[in-house]
Design a protein around this ligand. Structure first.
Ligand code: SAM
Ligand code: SF4
Length: 343
């Protein structure tokens, strides 16, 4: 093989021959909302010393980029509530400028977009995923506990004004938005947003007031319901993520379905997740993890040691997850919260 071909070969390849070129990074476990399926109302957050500093995040993410990561998604918690997070976005923006990184994006609850959308666009962010489970003000207040719908809608306007493409992420919740599915499709169509439905996953202890099985709504049922009113055609479009997309004839927008529970997407997984404490999870639904914070802090000068730790971690990526709600019990339950791992 010629040296040039070698240089282009994927650097991060797991034991199942999957190339890993997508890193999701949680930059904080904190949030200005308390969504009922994500957090308990009285969360204990991590002490600051446990979090990677923004400089550490820059160093680590830059090393991932040097190892072939092409897509970076910043998440949390709510990424835009981390102090000075724009500094970090700017640092990642330099990898877009160099061409090493193809996409820098984020998943946000939208509450801070009025403040940051333009800056994000200036840095090179092209699209954002905004999580929105309902467009009913009262339900929104109930689902998010602390959120205000008007603020998120204003954030969405700001995103559009800044030229950011928006995709809405909606967790399908029995008894909450199952009567709003058609309205959401129509609303997203009218505003020019793609829409992705997500099945609720068994992440984290929610406190005594919430029960996973009460929340779970199968996306098979969601799709059946949608097809009573909308023409949905399967399309091969992929974003490198686990969503399967359809094209909605009437709105012209894409509608995606993320179905970790009714459809296993692991065979095409190209991603790993970094928590805000520097733990790298090779799979959202497994406990296999490597502590990259220790590698960072023990090797302030030696990047090779960290690159080595990244490669050792990828070599441990498991084949898939074990989530299962069958037989009326929650199988494969994960003790960590989505906000810690980064949804
Ligand atoms: N705060 C940001 C937001 O809400 O978009 C980013 C972090 S949030 C943890 C990322 C995504 O995870 C959101 O779309 C949220 O709806 C989803 N999520 C949180 N907990 C979940 C769960 N238990 N099952 C499925 N999706 C979940
Ligand atoms: Fe916050 Fe996002 Fe979790 Fe809601 S889903 S509590 S907005 S981190």
């Amino acid at each position: 093989m010629s040296p040039a071909a070698d240089a282009n070969a994927p650097k991060l390849v797991d034991p199942f021959a999957r190339t890993i070129d997508y890193l999701r990074v949680s930059v904080t476990d904190r949030c200005d909302f308390r969504c009922v399926y994500c957090m308990s109302e009285h969360m204990t957050f991590l002490p600051k010393k446990d979090l990677l500093t923004l400089e550490e995040l820059d160093r680590l993410c830059s090393l991932f980029v040097s190892q072939g990561v092409k897509k970076l998604r910043i998440t949390g918690g709510e990424p835009l509530v981390r102090r000075d997070v724009m500094w970090f976005f700017e640092r990642m923006g330099r990898h877009l400028d160099s061409g090493a990184l193809k996409e820098l994006t984020l998943t946000t609850n939208g509450s801070q977009l009025r403040r940051f959308a333009q800056q994000l666009a200036d840095i090179g962010v092209r699209r954002v995923n905004v999580s929105l489970d309902t467009i009913d003000e009262k339900k929104f207040a109930a689902v998010t506990r602390w959120g205000r719908l008007a603020q998120v809608l204003d954030g969405l306007d700001a995103a559009q004004e800044a030229g950011l493409a928006v995709k809405i992420n909606t967790v399908a919740l029995k008894g909450t938005n199952d009567d709003e599915l058609h309205k959401l499709v129509e609303w997203c169509g009218a505003r020019g947003y793609d829409l992705t439905f997500i099945e609720v996953m068994p992440m984290g202890d929610l406190g005594e007031e919430e029960d996973r099985l009460d929340q779970y709504l199968s996306l098979k049922d969601v799709r059946c319901e949608l097809e009573t009113q909308w023409g949905l055609t399967d399309v091969p479009f992929r974003t490198g993520g686990p969503a399967r997309y359809t094209q909605c004839e009437e709105t012209g927008r894409k509608i995606g379905f993320i179905t970790p529970l009714t459809h296993n997407f692991c065979e095409s997984c190209n991603r790993v997740r970094l928590t805000c404490t520097g733990t790298l999870y090779m799979c959202l639904g497994q406990e296999d993890a490597v502590d990259l914070r220790a590698a960072l802090r023990n090797n302030p000068e030696k990047d090779e040691a960290i690159v080595d730790a990244i490669h050792r971690a990828i070599a441990k990526k498991p084949k898939g997850h074990d989530f299962d709600y069958s037989r009326q019990q929650v199988g494969g339950q994960m003790s960590r919260h989505m906000s810690h791992t980064g949804g």
